[in-house]
Write a protein that binds this ligand. Structure first.
Ligand code: ADP
Ligand code: MG
Length: 754
């Protein structure tokens, strides 16, 4: 895949702006693909060959009223100041709205008075007042339309100049038509009187609709900002300074100046500035902000600590392993930002509709106007036909604005992904979040997923002439080169009895079975029973049955000629595993254990966890095939594994879920990473996916219903039957309210209990 660049966009006012920007940029030579995200106001772009500088790209969009700027580059951790720009935009919007509200208030008073007087509720407006409003409203309307309504007029300009119509165009045409019509009426009052009779002006429509829409926009911007809270929280976790020891002197330096290998002193209640390993001292560390784990974790020499976490009362020294963009915190921030900017498949439908929506609405509005002018005039006379035609024309354009449709999906995704991050559930993209709730089958790996993945040696059966220590020495030397959890168990056992490590030659991993290597001209093999049988040795499984049935894994050391020793390894099941599996079952999801380990061993561990379906002794490459077979019936399969040797299976599954242990999280390899290796977070992730999708569906439903009811109502379709005609002012109110309610509904996901 070509590298993707993320740029920030300013000047977007409605979701269909996204389509316009995409189209404009795609036309530029050298641009390969563009995806605009309206909710986060960013775009991601890739190029055929060389990247095109942002200012050149921006010169194309600026003509249309949008400017582009570089987001913080990937090499840097974005800082909280990034959001400053957004705040300025919101502040500007706020002062605009505040200036418009009293003016709208005046015209509402005038309008209400007039309406009530017509119904004989109050006395007619005194002549002086009437004259006063008569002259005041055009002035207010002029200010509102040309100052507050500038983005909408720009939309009209874009429509006539470039033929690109969006939601601003609809509002712009609607309000300016009302203005121009009213202006003609008041300017040529006496000339028109004989043809049109006493005719009404619609300055109040222009004033109030624009104010409502601007108010709605402002409220929407404010809530939209809240949807991105999670990222802001993550950004504040980054420490600004660190106390390092250089040349024996303690000094506090800015975080940017820390280099790997620095010794950093952490005082009580201090923030951990980088990913590192403790070299002196010990403490309890609050990692809840990263892993979601509420209890502080005890850490000693050689334990790793994570940047952004908080020391409690102890103090210690660490050596910096990973700094800046390499830290887990930086990875998490990048991943969450990318996920929030990605598009959910369900959005494709909304996008498609928004893109054809605006021209269709313009057509409907025009047709309605024409109908009123002809049929309306025929039945009701020119004066009525004309003013009804105008009212419906304006109302349709205003109410049909598909803002809510554009906000429905991305706002929910932003909130959902952010909430996940707070719980230690890292989601790679919107598509993953969308798919997870449909999972029918969850496949789990044994080691490190259901079990702790920290096995220990439980017994050693030596069949050779060699000393036990020598046997351990051989095994540990070979295992030194392996990453498997079994290897860690054997190496630390060897460490304890101080068995020496010998040089190894011709080392090779035998995938899913074990390994081989030469020490001192003898070729050794270490692995499971399959490996031993492959070597042609006779092996009676019965001899170890008593132990495998208790969940222990056999590790056999052999040469080409004979079996030398059998070591039994045991691993404990995670304390939350049993409850987690039960909860998954309760959601109606099938759970299958898929492992390379011994059949008896796996069956026992599975039974402890409450898993009834076990597929054991599977080679890594066959795990993928198993997943594929489960998918054959069209079932959505989630696979949970440690992300290292399970990578192909994780990729094959509809949703790959990696268990993140410690700092070396294989974040990029899976769709979802559960931090702290906590299996019970899977339920939370599934629930989060359900809530998010429910939120999106509600949003889309309401956004559609609103337009389906709103448009015929606004067109005056019900006028001949019920005498209903929608005042454009209410259309403006409805349109603003629908956008605000969609964003508010998305924000509700935040408070859902997982
Ligand atoms: P799993 O992750 O489900 O245990 P693997 O494919 O990683 O599956 O391993 C399958 C089996 O191969 C292990 O259960 C173990 O018996 C054997 N094995 C793999 N790697 C080693 C190793 N480094 N040392 C000893 N045995 C190993
Ligand atoms: Mg594994």
């Amino acid at each position: 895949m070509k590298p993707q660049y993320t740029l920030k966009i300013t000047g977007m006012h409605c979701a269909s702006c996204a389509g316009i920007i995409e189209k404009t940029l795609k036309k530029i030579e050298g641009v390969e693909s563009v995806i605009v995200n309206y909710a986060s106001e960013t775009l991601s772009i890739s190029f055929d060959k060389k990247p095109i500088p942002t200012n050149i790209l921006s010169s194309f969009t600026e003509k249309l009223g949008y400017s582009l700027s570089d987001r913080q580059t990937e090499e840097k951790i974005p800082s909280p100041t990034n959001t400053k720009h957004e705040n300025i935009e919101i502040k500007e919007m706020k002062s605009t709205v505040i200036s418009a509200l009293p003016l709208a208030g005046i015209s509402i008073i005038a309008m209400t008075w007039e309406t009530l007087a017509q119904l004989n509720f109050v006395a007619e407006m005194p002549m002086v007042w009437e004259e006063f409003f008569h002259h005041l409203l055009p002035i207010i309307a002029t200010y509102i339309l040309f100052i507050i309504g500038k983005p909408y007029l720009l939309g009209v300009y874009r429509f006539f100049r470039f033929g690109s119509a969006n939601m601003d165009t609809l509002i712009g045409i609607g309000t300016s038509v009302a203005f121009i019509y009213s202006f003609i009426i008041s300017a040529f009052e006496d000339t028109l009187q004989p043809f049109l009779g006493e005719n009404h002006t619609y300055y109040d429509v222009t004033i109030i609709v624009i104010t409502f829409v601007a108010l709605g926009k402002y409220l929407e911007m404010r809530s939209k900002q809240k949807t991105g809270d999670a990222i802001k929280l993550l950004l504040t976790l980054q420490a600004k300074t660190a106390i390092v020891v250089r040349n024996g002197v303690e000094q506090e330096i800015p975080i940017e100046e820390v280099v790997t290998g620095d010794h950093i002193i952490i005082k009580p209640a201090g923030k951990i500035p980088v990913d590192g390993t403790i070299i002196e001292g010990s403490s309890y560390i609050d990692e809840s902000m990263i892993t979601g784990e509420p209890m502080p974790v005890g850490k000693h020499v050689n334990d790793s600590v994570i940047a952004g976490t908080l020391n409690t009362t102890g103090s210690f020294t660490l050596i910096a392993n990973k700094i800046g963009p390499e830290t887990m915190l930086a990875h998490i921030i990048k991943m969450v930002t990318d996920a929030q900017n990605s598009k959910a498949p369900i959005q494709a439908m909304a996008d498609k509709i928004s893109s054809i929506f605006v021209p269709i609405i313009l057509g409907i509005a025009g047709l309605t106007l024409l109908t009123w002018l002809t049929l309306g005039t025929y039945f009701l006379g020119l004066s009525q036909g004309l003013s009804f035609g105008l009212i419906t024309f304006v109302s349709i354009l205003v109410i049909a604005c598909p803002c809510a449709l554009g906000l429905a999906t991305p706002t929910a995704i932003i909130v959902g992904v952010g909430k996940g991050a707070k719980e230690g559930i890292l989601i790679k993209d919107a598509a993953t979040l969308e798919t997870l709730h449909k999972a029918k089958i969850v496949v789990v790996d044994k080691t490190g997923t259901v079990t702790e993945g920290k096995p220990t040696v439980s017994s050693i059966n030596n069949y050779s002439q060699k000393e036990e220590k020598e046997i351990i020495s051989i095994i540990a030397s070979l295992e030194k080169k392996s990453e498997h959890p079994i290897a860690h168990a054997l190496i630390s056992y060897a460490d304890n009895i101080q068995a020496p490590i010998l040089p190894v030659d011709k080392f090779e991993i035998i995938k899913g079975k074990g390994l081989q290597g030469t020490i001192d001209t003898t070729k050794y093999f270490i692995g499971n029973t399959t490996l031993i049988k492959d070597l042609g040795h006779y092996f009676d499984e019965k001899t170890i049955e008593a132990e495998t049935k208790q969940g222990k894994t056999p590790v056999i050391l052999a040469t080409q000629e004979t079996i030398l020793a059998i070591i039994m390894i045991s691993d404990t099941i995670k304390p939350q595993a049993t409850k987690a599996i039960k909860d998954i079952h309760n959601l109606g999801i099938r759970v299958i254990m898929l492992t390379g380990d011994n059949k008896n061993t796996s069956t026992y561990i599975a039974s402890l966890a409450g898993i009834t379906e076990v597929v054991a002794e599977v080679l890594p490459q066959d795990k993928q095939e198993h997943i594929r077979r489960l998918q054959e019936n069209g079932d959505i399969v989630a696979m949970m594994g440690d992300g290292v040797n399970d990578a192909p299976a994780l990729a094959q599954a509809n949703v790959g879920i990696a268990m993140g242990n410690g700092t070396d999280v294989a974040i990029e390899s899976a769709g979802i990473t559960l931090l702290h290796g906590d299996i019970s977070k899977l339920i939370k992730a599934i629930k989060l996916s359900r809530y998010t999708m429910r939120g999106i569906k509600q949003n889309l439903f309401w956004a559609f219903i609103y337009n389906i009811i709103g448009i015929p109502l606004a067109s005056g379709l019900f006028y001949p039957i019920f005498g209903w005609l929608l005042n454009p002012i209410f259309a403006g109110f409805a349109m603003a309210a629908s956008s605000v309610s969609v964003v508010t509904n998305s924000l509700r996901i935040k408070s859902k209990k997982l």
